[in-house]
Design a protein around this ligand. Structure first.
Ligand code: NAP
Length: 424
Protein backbone atom coordinates (compact mmCIF):
# COMPACT_ATOMS: atom_id res chain seq x y z
CA UNK A 1 0.00 0.00 0.00
CA UNK A 2 1.47 3.42 -0.95
CA UNK A 3 2.30 5.71 1.98
CA UNK A 4 0.18 8.53 0.52
CA UNK A 5 -2.60 8.71 -2.08
CA UNK A 6 -3.47 11.50 -4.47
CA UNK A 7 -6.54 13.60 -3.67
CA UNK A 8 -9.60 11.79 -4.97
CA UNK A 9 -7.85 8.44 -5.36
CA UNK A 10 -8.97 6.46 -2.31
CA UNK A 11 -7.24 3.41 -0.93
CA UNK A 12 -9.50 0.37 -0.45
CA UNK A 13 -12.33 1.37 1.92
CA UNK A 14 -11.12 1.19 5.50
CA UNK A 15 -7.39 0.98 4.72
CA UNK A 16 -5.60 3.93 6.34
CA UNK A 17 -2.51 5.23 4.54
CA UNK A 18 0.43 6.46 6.56
CA UNK A 19 0.34 10.05 5.30
CA UNK A 20 -2.12 12.53 3.79
CA UNK A 21 -2.26 15.87 2.02
CA UNK A 22 -3.34 18.70 4.30
CA UNK A 23 -3.59 22.49 4.32
CA UNK A 24 -1.65 23.41 7.42
CA UNK A 25 -1.13 26.48 9.62
CA UNK A 26 2.08 26.81 11.66
CA UNK A 27 2.83 29.39 14.34
CA UNK A 28 5.69 30.94 12.35
CA UNK A 29 3.22 31.64 9.51
CA UNK A 30 0.49 33.30 11.61
CA UNK A 31 -0.86 36.29 9.70
CA UNK A 32 -3.21 36.92 6.81
CA UNK A 33 -4.75 33.70 5.52
CA UNK A 34 -2.95 33.97 2.18
CA UNK A 35 0.37 33.29 3.91
CA UNK A 36 -0.77 31.23 6.89
CA UNK A 37 -2.16 28.19 5.04
CA UNK A 38 0.26 25.93 3.14
CA UNK A 39 -0.08 22.46 1.71
CA UNK A 40 1.98 19.82 3.52
CA UNK A 41 2.07 16.05 3.99
CA UNK A 42 1.07 14.93 7.48
CA UNK A 43 0.70 11.60 9.32
CA UNK A 44 -2.90 10.33 9.27
CA UNK A 45 -4.37 10.08 12.79
CA UNK A 46 -5.90 6.76 13.97
CA UNK A 47 -9.33 6.75 15.67
CA UNK A 48 -9.36 5.98 19.39
CA UNK A 49 -12.36 4.85 21.45
CA UNK A 50 -15.50 6.75 20.45
CA UNK A 51 -13.73 8.35 17.49
CA UNK A 52 -14.34 8.17 13.75
CA UNK A 53 -11.90 8.72 10.88
CA UNK A 54 -13.64 10.34 7.91
CA UNK A 55 -12.43 10.42 4.31
CA UNK A 56 -13.15 14.08 3.56
CA UNK A 57 -14.90 14.73 0.25
CA UNK A 58 -15.43 18.46 0.78
CA UNK A 59 -14.84 21.04 3.50
CA UNK A 60 -16.81 24.14 4.43
CA UNK A 61 -15.18 27.55 4.90
CA UNK A 62 -15.89 29.49 8.07
CA UNK A 63 -14.66 32.67 9.66
CA UNK A 64 -13.11 30.76 12.57
CA UNK A 65 -10.15 29.70 10.45
CA UNK A 66 -9.54 33.31 9.50
CA UNK A 67 -9.00 33.76 13.24
CA UNK A 68 -6.87 30.58 13.36
CA UNK A 69 -4.68 31.92 10.54
CA UNK A 70 -4.22 35.27 12.30
CA UNK A 71 -3.22 33.49 15.50
CA UNK A 72 -5.51 35.82 17.46
CA UNK A 73 -7.50 36.40 19.53
CA UNK A 74 -6.53 32.80 20.29
CA UNK A 75 -3.23 31.14 19.39
CA UNK A 76 -4.92 27.81 18.66
CA UNK A 77 -1.68 25.82 18.45
CA UNK A 78 -0.24 27.15 21.73
CA UNK A 79 -3.59 26.62 23.46
CA UNK A 80 -3.75 23.00 22.35
CA UNK A 81 -0.17 22.31 23.35
CA UNK A 82 -0.90 23.79 26.77
CA UNK A 83 -3.63 21.20 27.10
CA UNK A 84 -1.03 18.50 26.48
CA UNK A 85 -1.55 17.80 22.79
CA UNK A 86 1.64 17.23 20.84
CA UNK A 87 1.08 18.52 17.29
CA UNK A 88 2.87 21.77 16.51
CA UNK A 89 0.56 22.52 13.56
CA UNK A 90 -3.11 23.24 12.99
CA UNK A 91 -5.34 21.50 10.46
CA UNK A 92 -8.46 23.63 10.41
CA UNK A 93 -11.86 23.04 8.89
CA UNK A 94 -14.91 22.90 11.17
CA UNK A 95 -17.36 21.83 8.49
CA UNK A 96 -17.22 18.93 6.11
CA UNK A 97 -18.83 15.97 4.45
CA UNK A 98 -17.27 12.62 3.67
CA UNK A 99 -17.25 8.87 4.13
CA UNK A 100 -16.76 7.03 7.40
CA UNK A 101 -13.39 5.31 6.89
CA UNK A 102 -12.59 3.71 10.21
CA UNK A 103 -14.26 3.65 13.63
CA UNK A 104 -12.77 3.31 17.11
CA UNK A 105 -14.00 1.01 19.85
CA UNK A 106 -17.51 1.63 21.07
CA UNK A 107 -18.76 3.52 18.00
CA UNK A 108 -22.25 2.29 17.10
CA UNK A 109 -24.03 5.21 15.42
CA UNK A 110 -22.11 5.00 12.12
CA UNK A 111 -20.39 2.26 10.11
CA UNK A 112 -17.54 2.25 7.62
CA UNK A 113 -18.82 3.45 4.26
CA UNK A 114 -21.56 5.75 5.64
CA UNK A 115 -21.81 9.21 4.01
CA UNK A 116 -21.82 11.81 6.77
CA UNK A 117 -21.97 15.53 7.48
CA UNK A 118 -19.84 16.69 10.42
CA UNK A 119 -20.71 19.07 13.23
CA UNK A 120 -18.00 20.93 15.10
CA UNK A 121 -19.03 21.01 18.76
CA UNK A 122 -16.98 18.63 20.91
CA UNK A 123 -17.04 17.99 24.65
CA UNK A 124 -16.26 15.34 27.21
CA UNK A 125 -19.51 13.46 27.87
CA UNK A 126 -18.08 12.48 31.28
CA UNK A 127 -17.35 16.08 32.32
CA UNK A 128 -18.85 16.76 35.77
CA UNK A 129 -21.06 19.61 34.49
CA UNK A 130 -22.52 17.45 31.72
CA UNK A 131 -23.03 14.58 34.12
CA UNK A 132 -24.86 17.06 36.36
CA UNK A 133 -27.23 17.92 33.51
CA UNK A 134 -25.61 20.86 31.68
CA UNK A 135 -26.28 21.32 27.98
CA UNK A 136 -23.01 19.85 26.55
CA UNK A 137 -22.26 22.90 24.40
CA UNK A 138 -22.19 25.02 27.57
CA UNK A 139 -19.76 22.61 29.31
CA UNK A 140 -16.34 23.79 30.44
CA UNK A 141 -15.07 20.89 28.30
CA UNK A 142 -16.77 22.16 25.10
CA UNK A 143 -14.50 23.12 22.19
CA UNK A 144 -14.75 23.79 18.48
CA UNK A 145 -13.23 21.00 16.44
CA UNK A 146 -11.27 22.25 13.42
CA UNK A 147 -10.44 25.40 15.40
CA UNK A 148 -9.61 24.73 19.06
CA UNK A 149 -9.21 21.02 18.26
CA UNK A 150 -6.99 19.65 15.50
CA UNK A 151 -7.66 17.27 12.60
CA UNK A 152 -10.30 19.30 10.77
CA UNK A 153 -11.45 18.93 7.19
CA UNK A 154 -8.70 20.79 5.33
CA UNK A 155 -7.04 17.40 4.83
CA UNK A 156 -7.77 14.07 3.20
CA UNK A 157 -8.85 12.57 6.53
CA UNK A 158 -10.53 14.19 9.52
CA UNK A 159 -10.77 12.78 13.03
CA UNK A 160 -14.05 13.33 14.89
CA UNK A 161 -16.09 12.02 17.86
CA UNK A 162 -18.97 9.70 16.93
CA UNK A 163 -21.66 12.23 17.93
CA UNK A 164 -20.28 14.70 15.36
CA UNK A 165 -21.52 12.49 12.50
CA UNK A 166 -24.93 13.18 10.94
CA UNK A 167 -26.50 11.52 7.89
CA UNK A 168 -25.58 13.30 4.66
CA UNK A 169 -28.69 14.57 2.86
CA UNK A 170 -28.63 12.34 -0.25
CA UNK A 171 -29.83 15.09 -2.61
CA UNK A 172 -26.84 17.33 -1.88
CA UNK A 173 -23.44 17.29 -3.56
CA UNK A 174 -20.47 16.82 -1.27
CA UNK A 175 -19.61 20.50 -1.36
CA UNK A 176 -23.20 21.55 -0.58
CA UNK A 177 -23.28 19.06 2.30
CA UNK A 178 -20.02 20.51 3.62
CA UNK A 179 -21.21 24.10 3.66
CA UNK A 180 -24.07 24.55 6.11
CA UNK A 181 -23.70 22.79 9.47
CA UNK A 182 -21.58 25.26 11.44
CA UNK A 183 -23.49 28.38 10.50
CA UNK A 184 -26.84 26.59 10.27
CA UNK A 185 -26.73 24.94 13.68
CA UNK A 186 -25.37 28.13 15.28
CA UNK A 187 -28.24 30.16 13.84
CA UNK A 188 -30.74 27.44 14.81
CA UNK A 189 -29.68 27.55 18.47
CA UNK A 190 -29.74 31.36 18.50
CA UNK A 191 -33.28 31.44 17.14
CA UNK A 192 -34.82 28.44 18.95
CA UNK A 193 -32.62 27.69 21.97
CA UNK A 194 -33.49 30.47 24.42
CA UNK A 195 -37.17 30.20 25.28
CA UNK A 196 -39.35 32.15 25.59
CA UNK A 197 -37.36 34.05 22.97
CA UNK A 198 -37.69 31.47 20.25
CA UNK A 199 -39.13 32.70 16.96
CA UNK A 200 -42.93 32.61 16.91
CA UNK A 201 -45.13 33.10 13.86
CA UNK A 202 -45.35 36.80 13.09
CA UNK A 203 -42.27 37.81 15.11
CA UNK A 204 -40.15 40.46 13.35
CA UNK A 205 -36.46 39.46 13.53
CA UNK A 206 -33.57 41.77 12.65
CA UNK A 207 -30.61 39.87 11.14
CA UNK A 208 -27.21 41.54 10.82
CA UNK A 209 -25.01 40.40 7.92
CA UNK A 210 -28.01 38.83 6.19
CA UNK A 211 -26.01 37.69 3.16
CA UNK A 212 -23.19 36.19 5.23
CA UNK A 213 -22.82 32.58 6.32
CA UNK A 214 -24.86 32.97 9.52
CA UNK A 215 -27.27 35.45 7.99
CA UNK A 216 -28.44 33.26 5.10
CA UNK A 217 -29.20 30.49 7.56
CA UNK A 218 -30.96 32.85 9.97
CA UNK A 219 -33.20 34.26 7.23
CA UNK A 220 -34.28 30.78 6.18
CA UNK A 221 -34.85 29.51 9.74
CA UNK A 222 -36.95 32.56 10.66
CA UNK A 223 -38.91 32.12 7.41
CA UNK A 224 -39.52 28.43 8.17
CA UNK A 225 -40.69 29.24 11.71
CA UNK A 226 -43.17 31.79 10.37
CA UNK A 227 -41.27 34.85 11.60
CA UNK A 228 -40.56 37.99 9.58
CA UNK A 229 -36.83 38.20 8.74
CA UNK A 230 -35.44 41.66 8.01
CA UNK A 231 -31.81 41.65 6.94
CA UNK A 232 -29.05 44.26 7.19
CA UNK A 233 -26.41 44.22 4.44
CA UNK A 234 -23.93 46.39 2.60
CA UNK A 235 -24.68 46.55 -1.11
CA UNK A 236 -27.38 45.85 -3.67
CA UNK A 237 -26.18 42.38 -4.65
CA UNK A 238 -26.33 41.21 -1.04
CA UNK A 239 -29.75 42.83 -0.59
CA UNK A 240 -31.12 40.99 -3.64
CA UNK A 241 -29.72 37.71 -2.32
CA UNK A 242 -31.50 38.13 1.03
CA UNK A 243 -34.81 38.99 -0.64
CA UNK A 244 -34.55 35.88 -2.81
CA UNK A 245 -34.06 33.77 0.30
CA UNK A 246 -37.26 35.09 1.84
CA UNK A 247 -36.23 38.22 3.74
CA UNK A 248 -39.29 40.44 4.15
CA UNK A 249 -37.07 43.46 3.54
CA UNK A 250 -33.51 44.73 3.69
CA UNK A 251 -31.67 47.69 5.23
CA UNK A 252 -28.38 48.89 3.72
CA UNK A 253 -26.17 49.73 6.69
CA UNK A 254 -24.05 52.11 4.59
CA UNK A 255 -26.87 54.66 4.80
CA UNK A 256 -26.25 55.10 8.54
CA UNK A 257 -23.20 56.38 10.37
CA UNK A 258 -23.76 56.04 14.10
CA UNK A 259 -21.98 52.67 14.39
CA UNK A 260 -19.52 51.69 17.05
CA UNK A 261 -19.14 52.50 20.71
CA UNK A 262 -21.48 54.88 22.50
CA UNK A 263 -20.32 58.45 23.04
CA UNK A 264 -19.61 59.56 26.59
CA UNK A 265 -22.82 60.67 28.31
CA UNK A 266 -20.96 63.85 29.34
CA UNK A 267 -20.89 64.79 25.66
CA UNK A 268 -24.52 65.80 24.96
CA UNK A 269 -23.85 66.80 21.35
CA UNK A 270 -22.32 63.46 20.38
CA UNK A 271 -24.94 61.60 22.42
CA UNK A 272 -27.77 63.41 20.64
CA UNK A 273 -26.21 62.68 17.27
CA UNK A 274 -25.84 58.99 18.13
CA UNK A 275 -29.48 58.85 19.26
CA UNK A 276 -30.60 60.47 15.98
CA UNK A 277 -28.75 57.76 14.02
CA UNK A 278 -30.14 54.91 16.10
CA UNK A 279 -33.69 56.32 15.95
CA UNK A 280 -33.44 56.70 12.17
CA UNK A 281 -32.29 53.10 11.91
CA UNK A 282 -35.26 51.98 14.05
CA UNK A 283 -37.65 53.99 11.89
CA UNK A 284 -36.18 52.38 8.77
CA UNK A 285 -36.92 49.01 10.35
CA UNK A 286 -40.59 50.05 10.77
CA UNK A 287 -40.71 51.27 7.14
CA UNK A 288 -39.33 47.99 5.86
CA UNK A 289 -41.63 45.96 8.12
CA UNK A 290 -44.62 48.09 7.11
CA UNK A 291 -45.76 48.74 10.70
CA UNK A 292 -44.44 50.33 13.89
CA UNK A 293 -43.22 47.17 15.60
CA UNK A 294 -39.69 46.64 16.86
CA UNK A 295 -37.79 43.38 16.33
CA UNK A 296 -38.66 40.81 19.01
CA UNK A 297 -35.27 39.20 18.36
CA UNK A 298 -32.08 40.79 17.04
CA UNK A 299 -29.55 38.32 15.60
CA UNK A 300 -26.13 39.90 16.22
CA UNK A 301 -22.54 38.86 15.47
CA UNK A 302 -20.66 42.01 14.30
CA UNK A 303 -20.57 43.00 18.00
CA UNK A 304 -18.87 46.27 18.86
CA UNK A 305 -20.18 48.16 15.84
CA UNK A 306 -23.78 46.97 16.17
CA UNK A 307 -24.61 46.05 19.79
CA UNK A 308 -25.51 49.60 20.89
CA UNK A 309 -28.02 49.77 18.03
CA UNK A 310 -29.26 46.20 18.58
CA UNK A 311 -29.99 46.78 22.26
CA UNK A 312 -31.66 50.10 21.42
CA UNK A 313 -34.00 48.85 18.66
CA UNK A 314 -34.96 45.47 20.12
CA UNK A 315 -38.53 45.41 21.42
CA UNK A 316 -39.55 45.66 25.06
CA UNK A 317 -38.93 42.25 26.66
CA UNK A 318 -37.22 41.18 23.44
CA UNK A 319 -33.83 39.51 23.04
CA UNK A 320 -30.54 40.42 21.38
CA UNK A 321 -28.75 37.12 20.81
CA UNK A 322 -25.06 37.28 19.89
CA UNK A 323 -22.47 34.68 18.89
CA UNK A 324 -19.44 36.76 17.83
CA UNK A 325 -17.71 40.12 17.84
CA UNK A 326 -16.30 40.32 14.31
CA UNK A 327 -15.96 44.11 14.49
CA UNK A 328 -14.64 44.15 18.10
CA UNK A 329 -15.46 42.91 21.59
CA UNK A 330 -15.76 46.10 23.60
CA UNK A 331 -19.42 46.72 22.91
CA UNK A 332 -21.34 49.36 24.86
CA UNK A 333 -24.87 48.92 26.19
CA UNK A 334 -26.98 51.75 27.52
CA UNK A 335 -28.22 49.84 30.55
CA UNK A 336 -31.23 52.10 30.97
CA UNK A 337 -32.79 50.58 27.86
CA UNK A 338 -31.92 47.10 29.03
CA UNK A 339 -33.50 47.23 32.46
CA UNK A 340 -36.35 49.70 31.99
CA UNK A 341 -37.62 47.82 28.94
CA UNK A 342 -36.67 44.43 30.37
CA UNK A 343 -34.61 43.41 27.37
CA UNK A 344 -32.37 40.35 27.26
CA UNK A 345 -28.80 40.19 25.94
CA UNK A 346 -28.03 36.52 25.35
CA UNK A 347 -24.72 34.90 24.37
CA UNK A 348 -24.76 31.81 22.22
CA UNK A 349 -22.07 29.49 20.88
CA UNK A 350 -22.55 26.79 18.23
CA UNK A 351 -25.13 24.11 19.16
CA UNK A 352 -25.74 20.82 20.92
CA UNK A 353 -26.24 17.48 19.14
CA UNK A 354 -30.04 17.73 19.10
CA UNK A 355 -29.91 21.22 17.57
CA UNK A 356 -27.45 20.00 14.90
CA UNK A 357 -29.74 17.07 14.12
CA UNK A 358 -32.81 19.33 13.88
CA UNK A 359 -31.03 21.67 11.49
CA UNK A 360 -29.76 18.72 9.46
CA UNK A 361 -33.34 17.44 9.18
CA UNK A 362 -34.54 20.80 7.84
CA UNK A 363 -31.81 20.62 5.20
CA UNK A 364 -32.55 16.95 4.42
CA UNK A 365 -36.22 17.84 3.98
CA UNK A 366 -35.23 20.49 1.44
CA UNK A 367 -36.63 23.31 3.60
CA UNK A 368 -33.25 25.00 4.14
CA UNK A 369 -30.70 25.47 1.38
CA UNK A 370 -26.97 25.34 2.15
CA UNK A 371 -26.70 28.53 0.05
CA UNK A 372 -23.44 27.40 -1.46
CA UNK A 373 -22.18 30.23 -3.63
CA UNK A 374 -18.55 29.43 -4.36
CA UNK A 375 -16.52 26.24 -4.66
CA UNK A 376 -12.74 26.25 -4.46
CA UNK A 377 -10.09 23.63 -5.20
CA UNK A 378 -7.97 22.13 -2.43
CA UNK A 379 -5.07 24.46 -3.15
CA UNK A 380 -7.30 27.48 -2.58
CA UNK A 381 -7.87 27.11 1.17
CA UNK A 382 -5.70 30.21 1.69
CA UNK A 383 -7.43 32.29 -0.99
CA UNK A 384 -10.96 31.39 0.17
CA UNK A 385 -10.13 32.54 3.72
CA UNK A 386 -8.38 35.65 2.43
CA UNK A 387 -11.57 36.60 0.53
CA UNK A 388 -13.55 36.15 3.74
CA UNK A 389 -11.00 38.15 5.74
CA UNK A 390 -11.36 41.04 3.27
CA UNK A 391 -15.19 40.75 3.22
CA UNK A 392 -15.07 40.32 -0.59
CA UNK A 393 -16.58 36.83 -0.61
CA UNK A 394 -19.91 36.30 -2.38
CA UNK A 395 -23.21 36.05 -0.49
CA UNK A 396 -23.85 32.68 1.14
CA UNK A 397 -21.40 29.91 2.00
CA UNK A 398 -18.21 28.60 0.44
CA UNK A 399 -16.68 25.13 0.28
CA UNK A 400 -13.53 23.48 -1.01
CA UNK A 401 -13.26 20.17 -2.80
CA UNK A 402 -10.95 17.82 -0.93
CA UNK A 403 -11.23 14.25 -2.24
CA UNK A 404 -14.20 15.09 -4.47
CA UNK A 405 -12.65 15.44 -7.91
CA UNK A 406 -15.33 17.68 -9.41
CA UNK A 407 -18.27 19.80 -8.23
CA UNK A 408 -21.67 18.12 -8.23
CA UNK A 409 -20.64 14.64 -7.05
CA UNK A 410 -23.21 13.16 -4.66
CA UNK A 411 -21.82 9.64 -4.40
CA UNK A 412 -18.75 7.86 -3.11
CA UNK A 413 -15.74 8.15 -5.45
CA UNK A 414 -16.13 4.50 -6.44
CA UNK A 415 -19.83 4.88 -7.46
CA UNK A 416 -20.53 2.99 -10.66
CA UNK A 417 -17.68 0.59 -9.99
CA UNK A 418 -17.49 -2.26 -7.51
CA UNK A 419 -17.21 -0.82 -3.96
CA UNK A 420 -13.82 -1.47 -2.39
CA UNK A 421 -13.67 -4.22 0.18
CA UNK A 422 -13.93 -3.01 3.78
CA UNK A 423 -10.61 -3.63 5.50
CA UNK A 424 -10.81 -5.84 8.60
P1 NAP B 1 -19.51 36.21 6.99
O1 NAP B 1 -20.01 35.22 5.98
O2 NAP B 1 -18.28 36.97 6.73
O3 NAP B 1 -20.72 37.22 7.24
C1 NAP B 1 -20.64 38.25 8.18
C2 NAP B 1 -21.41 39.45 7.66
O4 NAP B 1 -21.35 40.45 8.66
C3 NAP B 1 -20.79 40.06 6.43
O5 NAP B 1 -21.38 39.49 5.28
C4 NAP B 1 -21.11 41.53 6.57
O6 NAP B 1 -22.29 41.81 5.83
C5 NAP B 1 -21.50 41.70 8.02
N1 NAP B 1 -20.59 42.65 8.66
C6 NAP B 1 -19.23 42.69 8.61
N2 NAP B 1 -18.76 43.73 9.31
C7 NAP B 1 -19.86 44.36 9.81
C8 NAP B 1 -20.04 45.52 10.61
N3 NAP B 1 -19.00 46.26 11.04
N4 NAP B 1 -21.29 45.90 10.92
C9 NAP B 1 -22.35 45.20 10.49
N5 NAP B 1 -22.25 44.09 9.72
C10 NAP B 1 -21.01 43.69 9.40
O7 NAP B 1 -19.30 35.51 8.40
P2 NAP B 1 -20.25 34.50 9.19
O8 NAP B 1 -19.91 33.11 8.80
O9 NAP B 1 -21.67 34.96 9.08
O10 NAP B 1 -19.71 34.72 10.66
C11 NAP B 1 -19.83 35.98 11.30
C12 NAP B 1 -19.10 35.96 12.64
O11 NAP B 1 -19.71 34.98 13.48
C13 NAP B 1 -17.62 35.58 12.55
O12 NAP B 1 -16.90 36.34 13.50
C14 NAP B 1 -17.61 34.10 12.95
O13 NAP B 1 -16.36 33.69 13.49
C15 NAP B 1 -18.71 34.09 13.99
N6 NAP B 1 -19.37 32.80 14.19
C16 NAP B 1 -19.52 32.36 15.48
C17 NAP B 1 -20.13 31.15 15.72
C18 NAP B 1 -20.29 30.64 17.10
O14 NAP B 1 -20.72 29.51 17.30
N7 NAP B 1 -19.95 31.39 18.13
C19 NAP B 1 -20.60 30.38 14.65
C20 NAP B 1 -20.50 30.88 13.34
C21 NAP B 1 -19.86 32.10 13.14
P3 NAP B 1 -22.57 43.22 5.13
O15 NAP B 1 -21.23 43.85 4.84
O16 NAP B 1 -23.33 42.82 3.91
O17 NAP B 1 -23.39 44.00 6.13
Amino acid sequence: MPAIYDLGTPPPLGMIPERMHASVIRRERYGEPQVAFQREEVTVPRPGPGEVLVYVMAAGINYNNVWAALGKPLDVIAARRQRGQSEDFHIGGSDGAGIVWSVGDGVTNVAVGDPVVLSCGVWDPNAPDIQAGADPITSTSARTWGYEENWGTFAQYALVRDYQCHPKPPHLSWEEAAAYMLVGATAYRMLTGFAPHDVRPGDPVLIWGGAGGLGVMAIQIVRELGGIPIAVVSGAERAAYCLKLGAHGVIDRREFHHWGRLPDLDDPVATAEWARGARAFGERFWDVLGERRNPRIVFDHPGEQTIPTSTYVVDRAGMVVICAGTSGYNADVDLRHLWMRQKRLQGSHFANTEQCAALNQLVSDGRISPCLSQVYGFDEVAESHQAMFENRHPPGNMAILVNATRPGMTEAPWAGTAAPVVAQ
